[in-house]
Design a protein. Structure first.
Lengths: 509, 125
């Protein structure tokens, strides 16, 4: 007998419909699986059979052909165990075809019939809603991930047996009750708090501006000055993710199988810190299936590159286009995919090989020329895309003493950042952008009014440093953020002055 | 193994098959054929149970010292039984009947019947 059960597959992050068809006839028993399955899908034969047997569901032997349609698209992963098992139940006449009508199923089966977390469940749930599916049945481990999806019945089951009992009306599974996104945003305190970073006022100010406007930042300083610790404080001062942003970020992480089992939708902005041995492919994406890279996993959050000159120059150069455009298109022989990559880049480096160039007391022992060579490892075009540089000097001992005033907490900074972000959101409502960093040059004239003094200062700076258009506009964007933090609609002279200082740190020395 | 030992082993197998056939008949199976052979394959017992045809491989052991009897039904042996089954079904025009492959283990004083012990290997690569 013939049976059909609906499921979905993932092309990168985007879901598409997959039809699981089973034909069951008499004859010499055999099992064939067709429809461009990868190894994980092929192996589902053994998982499905064992899961059925251990769930007390005995199959009559027969000639079984399983087809995953559309036959031309490669199916990956173990998502189809559940739909295949159910199609075999229907095909062998042990369940009515009507029982699975209009419903979608996804999930990997353990040998004992337990359902295991499926990748891309959030994408799948939204897809089921779009397709007006009667319901989506998914593993219980995915329940928290899809908790915010409403207007489609989502049934979370922990075992094959439970699904079969529901479909045969023996025991009902209640649909998940949608949860408002706001309730998920429990204020989980960040592990690193600015309160614990003494001194470094300039660097903290730069982090605040970065977070407020979505800009890129390079911190330069000797070893042990706290660059890494400062960067790790970023998640704690970043503004809340909107529901739409959280959906986007969670879908990416879920499709790549990066959510932990039973994990909820992501509500905190991602912070990715790949080691400097990272390859270009692992940063921007690639591989046989054109999978996403770190810059995509950091979408709407922070990509932190510690020890910037230690990364391979090839890896760094491949970051240029995605940093500029906010998306990356990964093309391989088998797949072509476009992933979002709107990140704030935070980078840290030593000023020279020994690390002490520019510090007081002439501690730097690098021969002349070595300093330049060390810095040249980071190319001009990449530096050009970094709006702000800041010197993180060695910590002064007086700042460490208990008599020093306590440092400001991350939460206090976060509130100013949030206020500045709210101003931007209001200003850019309906224009498709959310932060100053996303402004393009055509919008700048209209949305970044400047005082006469500010204008004059900017022109003077442009002449003195022979600024090309890119840095020129980037300075305006950073000034815009500084003005937003000050609660000012007009960009003043002091705002431009501060922005020029961040931009020109290197040239000034 | 000399001729004497070989004969002894064959008789031991033959007795186990007879014992199994009798055992199956008592349980409602109709024996259709014993020792069906083609040039390159063989099936010990072909039986009918309800509307299902069962091709049964009998393995006997005088003790479990050298592993379980069912472990002796290697993939190569399975392929031979599947081949025999296809040929038998073809001869009898029964290719679309429900079919099953069973293994019966015979130990001294004990018989164990494993239904659906194996199936034909997947055709597609």
């Amino acid at each position: 007998m013939f049976a059909r059960v609906m499921s979905y597959g993932l092309d990168g992050v985007e879901p598409f419909e997959v039809t699981v068809e089973v034909n069951y006839t008499g004859g010499v028993p055999s099992f064939d699986l067709v429809g461009l399955p990868d190894t994980a899908v092929k192996e589902s034969k053994d998982r499905v059979r064992s899961a059925l047997a251990n769930s007390g569901l005995r199959l009559t032997p027969g000639r079984v052909t399983v087809n995953l349609g559309p036959a031309s698209v490669r199916k990956c992963g173990s998502l189809y165990d559940l739909p295949i098992a159910l199609a075999m139940m229907v095909g062998s006449g042990q369940m009515e075809p009507e029982a699975v009508n209009g419903m979608m199923f996804v999930g990997e089966l353990a040998l004992d019939g337990t359902l295991r977390q499926a990748p891309g469940a959030l994408s799948g749930a939204l897809f089921a809603r779009e397709r007006l599916a009667a319901a989506l049945v998914l593993p219980a481990d995915n329940a928290r991930e899809v908790a915010c999806v409403d207007r489609v019945p989502l049934l979370a089951a922990s075992s094959l047996r439970q699904v079969v009992d529901h479909l045969t009306s023996r025991a009902r599974i209640e649909p998940l009750v949608p949860v408002p996104y706001e309730s998920l945003r429990a204020a989980a305190p960040s592990a690193h708090d600015l309160r614990h970073v003494r001194g470094q006022y300039e660097a903290k100010r730069a982090l605040e501006i970065m977070a407020a406007g979505g800009h890129n930042l390079l911190m330069i300083g000797p070893p042990g000055s706290g660059k890494t610790m400062l960067a790790r404080c970023l998640p704690g001062i970043l503004p809340d993710m909107s529901f739409e942003e959280a959906l986007e970020v969670t879908r990416i992480h879920s499709a790549a199988g990066e959510l932990r089992a039973g994990g909820a939708m992501l509500t905190e902005r991602p912070f990715r810190a790949p080691h400097h041995s990272a390859s270009a492919v692992s940063l921007v994406g690639g591989g046989r299936d054109a999978s996403p890279g770190e810059i995509t996993f950091a979408h709407h959050g922070v990509l932190f590159l510690d020890e910037l000159p230690e990364y391979s120059s090839h890896a760094l150069e491949t970051l240029r286009q995605p940093l500029e455009d906010g998306f990356v298109s990964v093309t391989r022989a088998r797949a072509h995919r476009v992933y979002p990559s709107r990140v704030m880049l935070a980078a840290a480096m030593n000023p020279c090989k020994c690390g002490y160039h520019g510090e007081e007391g002439g501690r730097c022992k690098c021969p002349p020329g070595d300093v330049q060579r060390y810095r040249a490892r980071v190319s001009g075009p990449l530096l050009n895309r970094i709006d702000m540089r800041v010197r993180v000097g060695a910590v002064h001992v007086e700042d460490l003493s208990s008599a020093a005033p306590p440092a400001e907490s991350s939460e206090a900074v976060r509130q100013r950042v949030q206020a500045a972000r709210d101003r931007q959101r209001k200003r850019y409502a309906g224009s498709g952008i959310f932060t100053n960093a996303q402004l393009d040059s055509s919008m700048i004239g209209k949305l970044c009014p400047m005082s006469a003094d500010a204008d004059e200062l900017l022109l003077a700076a442009a002449a003195r440093y022979s600024l090309t258009p890119r840095p020129y506009f980037r300075i305006i964007k950073v000034s815009r953020t500084i003005a937003d933090l000050a609660g000012s609609d007009l960009i003043g002279e002091e705002h431009v002055a501060e922005a020029v200082r961040y931009r020109m740190l290197d040239e000034a020395r | 193994m000399d001729n004497e030992a070989r004969k002894e082993a064959r008789d031991f197998g033959r007795r186990a098959e007879e014992q199994t056939a009798a055992w199956l008949e008592k349980r409602g199976y109709t024996i259709l054929e014993r020792n069906y052979r083609t040039r390159e394959s063989e099936a010990d017992i072909v039986a009918r149970f309800g509307d299902t045809l069962a091709f049964i491989e009998v393995k006997a052991r005088s003790s479990a010292a050298y592993g379980l009897a069912r472990e002796a039904v290697t993939p190569r042996k399975q392929a031979r039984v599947v081949h025999a089954a296809r040929s038998w079904l073809y001869e009898h025009g029964m290719l679309d009947e429900p079919v099953r492959f069973d293994v019966v283990e015979v130990y001294p004083g004990r018989i164990r019947h494993i239904r659906n012990a194996f199936e034909a290997p997947a055709e597609a690569a």
